[in-house]
Design a protein around this ligand. Structure first.
Ligand code: EPZ
Length: 417
């Protein structure tokens, strides 16, 4: 398996075009099933998760052609309603296809998505919501069988937790359902709004996406459309951290500052200087990063859980001691033991991580444990003197398009080995 070698200590200087959002393109690829026509998706990142989603679409009967960052999906000939076990295992977020497959085929068969590196990943909110819409769900030997009896009917759904995936599945099932669906306590992440924008451009009638109440008027059918994926705010945060952890200065193009308010807050608290101008920002640190007394991950627009590992890596070299509280996932600190190999001083107790900033990090051989934890390790490698070797880099490639090329072009000494 390939590894990444980073020779740290270089100041990063230059410009980066931020990729399209992984967590936006995945539900939108599921949504193409509802159009039963040809859809063109621009700013589609090259990620292993996107490759898996394309395999799922092809397995259902769609044709998919990717040219550069443009993906054309033709879902006219869907002739299957099953996601094979190996594809479910490849990407647990495949569950977001469930609502769309049922809406298109009237039934669906998927294996229960396993847990993942972040702890158990239940889908009880997805299933309880879909069953309220007239979908019969049974489970046998780890396989979920879903069937419309006889059709999907709109209803009011009160989510006990604003689950991103559950909100997306409900929207996908409701877009062409009979009647009106109201989601109370819906997730408000920007990726939800991007999904609604895609569906509305294909003829759906979805109102209130991005707020905690989403209303979907079911329509008879959707049609082809063309859509550009929004920028990935977590990838943007990652490259911002790379700049300030190396004392560099980097311009990020193709970002949406309005989606990154809580991320900008954290960087400003650390003493970074961010100059937004339109769809780009210039970021640099003014000397050693400062501690942040306490940061809590929250649902949007709070500080995003996915940027937690990125921030913790930054705080590991800040002046002073910081506290991070992870409120979204049960077990999102697996990468911390690997971070400590760089000399980071971090103590974890349940949801809380206490980060005592150190003057410098030392290069290490580390193993990626999950997507954002892997990115955090790469960041520490950029800041540490000497040669860092990252293994299990498949985790990183799930969500970062050409991370070696991007960082290399702004001065990082980084290569595959
Ligand atoms: C999405 O995951 C993202 N993934 C995650 O990004 C992100 O961390 C998360 O939203 C929160 O923002 C994709 O969009 C593909 P949730 P999702 O449903 O939908 C619990 C990354 O790094 N829960 O909002 O799975 C769940 O266990 C990934 O790109 C239930 O209990 O997030 C978790 O503790 C990681 N029952 C919490 O809610 C359910 O039915 C948040 O989950 C669903 C969720």
């Amino acid at each position: 398996m390939e590894k990444i070698k980073i020779t740290g200590g270089n100041r990063l200087l230059g410009e980066i075009d931020v990729q399209g959002a992984k967590n936006s393109v995945l539900p939108i690829l599921a949504a193409t099933l509802l159009c039963a026509d040809e859809c063109v998706i621009h700013n589609c990142p090259d990620l292993s998760d996107v490759k898996t989603a394309i395999k799922i679409l092809r397995n259902l009967g769609c044709s998919c052609e990717k040219t550069g960052k443009t993906l054309v999906v033709d879902s006219r000939n869907v002739d299957n309603c099953e996601i094979p076990d190996e594809l479910m295992r490849e990407m647990r977020s495949s569950v977001v296809f469930l609502g769309a497959i049922i809406a298109r085929c009237g039934k669906a068969r998927i294996s229960s998505p396993g847990g993942c590196e972040l702890g158990p990943r239940p889908i009880d909110l997805h299933l309880s919501s879909l069953s309220k819409m007239g979908i019969k769900i049974s489970e046998e030997y780890g396989t979920l069988l879903c069937e419309c009896c006889p059709e999907i009917v709109g209803t009011t759904i009160n989510l006990c937790f604003p689950s991103v995936g559950a909100t997306e599945n409900i929207i996908l099932a409701a877009a062409t359902a009979k009647g009106i669906t109201i989601i109370n306590n819906a997730a408000k992440e920007p990726e939800i709004s991007d999904l609604a924008d895609f569906l509305n451009s294909a003829g759906a009638r979805i109102y209130g996406a991005g707020s905690d109440t989403v209303v979907i008027h079911g329509v008879y059918k959707l049609h082809s459309t063309e859509h550009t994926i929004i920028p990935d705010r977590i990838v943007a945060a990652t490259y911002m951290a790379a700049a300030v952890m190396t004392g560099g200065e980097v311009r990020l193009n193709n970002v949406m500052p309005s989606n990154m308010v809580s991320i900008f807050w954290a960087f400003n608290e650390c003493g970074c200087q961010i100059e937004p101008s339109g769809k780009s920002i210039l970021i640099k640190s003014n000397g050693r990063l400062k501690r942040i007394p306490t940061v809590r991950s929250l649902v949007y627009p709070g500080f995003p859980t996915d940027a937690g590992p990125i921030l913790i890596s930054m705080l590991s070299i800040a002046k002073g001691t910081s506290v991070f509280v992870e409120n979204i996932f049960e077990n999102r600190y697996k990468y911390i033991d690997e971070l400590k190999r760089f000399g980071a001083k971090i103590k974890c107790e349940g949801k809380v991580a206490v980060i005592e900033g150190v003057e410098k990090l030392y290069s290490a051989k580390v193993c990626c444990t999950d997507l954002r934890g892997g990115a955090a390790l790469a960041l520490s490698g950029l800041a540490a003197e000497g040669e860092t070797i990252l293994s299990e880099i498949g985790h990183i490639e799930r969500g970062y398009d050409d991370i070696v090329g991007v960082l290399g072009r702004i001065g990082a000494q980084i290569e595959y080995i």
